[in-house]
Design a protein around this ligand. Structure first.
Ligand SMILES: Nc1nc2c(c(=O)[nH]1)N[C@@H](CN(C=O)c1ccc(C(=O)N[C@@H](CCC(=O)O)C(=O)O)cc1)CN2
Ligand SMILES: NCC(=O)N[C@@H]1O[C@H](COP(=O)([O-])[O-])[C@@H](O)[C@H]1O
Length: 217
């Protein structure tokens, strides 16, 4: 037992955030190991990356279950069987039931491509451009039953630039997702996060609030 926390990453597709977590966890002092990559879709490209890096993978299709609770109960079983301690949602496109979210309360995190609470849900980049906001970004948060509502751990800000398209903006945001998600997992696995009244305190950071990570434009 390495003393490192055993983390599972749940994906549904490309898996670039999962890959960023795998690369970070390869670091000598990283406090977590990626012990499992699970997808609800067998055609998720990220599964090949995980297998190529020697990480156990599992496909659990939601289509094989009578309802969400049955799927989540099976998912919970797979996670416990693998001795998982932390769950990272990374482009995992299934709404999880309150039952499962409570079983993994404050041990399940997600990355969302907006500065929550703005632009919850899907198509965040199109909506940000339509809204005419000047800055946009991404958020790592604890998962709660309500979609994209959980306590915020880290955020990164990116500028909206003239001529931006949703794809160009998505790329600029994704680059920052790959920076703050490994950092969020590191803080959680190192036991440096405390949740009080649905606000996250980060031990070892003055005033408890995380520094704003502004990328070099
Ligand atoms: N209980 C929660 N579940 C999830 C959360 C959360 O905050 N609370 N975060 C999501 C976010 N997310 C992706 O990261 C996401 C998940 C699901 C959907 C969605 O609309 N899913 C549809 C099916 C879509 C599909 O299968 O392609 C659904 O579940 O019916 C949008 C965003 C992860 N889960
Ligand atoms: N609401 C959740 C959501 O939209 N998640 C987003 O899905 C993408 C998955 O990319 P990836 O498969 O390359 O990590 C990421 O941009 C992530 O923020």
């Amino acid at each position: 037992m390495s003393g490192r926390k055993r983390a599972a990453v749940l994906i549904s597709g490309r898996g670039s955030n999962m890959a960023a977590l795998v690369q970070a966890a390869a670091g000598p002092d990283f406090p977590a190991e990626i012990a499992l990559v699970l997808s609800n879709r067998a055609d998720a490209a990220g599964l090949d990356f995980a297998a190529a890096h020697g990480i156990p993978t599992r496909v659990l299709s939601h289509k094989g279950f009578a309802d969400r609770l049955a799927f989540d109960a099976a998912l919970d079983g797979v996670l416990r069987e693998a001795g998982i301690e932390i769950v990272c949602l990374a482009g995992f496109m299934r709404l999880l039931t309150p039952w499962l979210v409570e079983r993994w309360r404050d041990r399940m995190i997600n990355v969302h491509p907006s500065l929550l609470p703005s632009f919850k849900g899907l198509n965040t980049h199109e909506r940000a451009l339509e809204a005419g906001v000047r800055v946009h970004g991404c958020t790592v948060h604890f998962v709660r039953a309500e979609m994209d509502e959980g306590p915020i751990i880290l955020q990164a800000v990116v500028p909206i630039e003239p001529g931006d398209t949703p794809d160009r903006l998505a790329h600029r945001v994704l680059t920052q997702e790959h920076v703050i998600y490994p950092k969020g997992l590191e803080l959680l696995a190192a036991g440096r996060l405390t949740v009080a009244q649905e606000r996250v305190e980060i031990a070892g950071v003055e005033g408890g609030l995380a520094p704003l990570i502004a990328p070099k434009v």
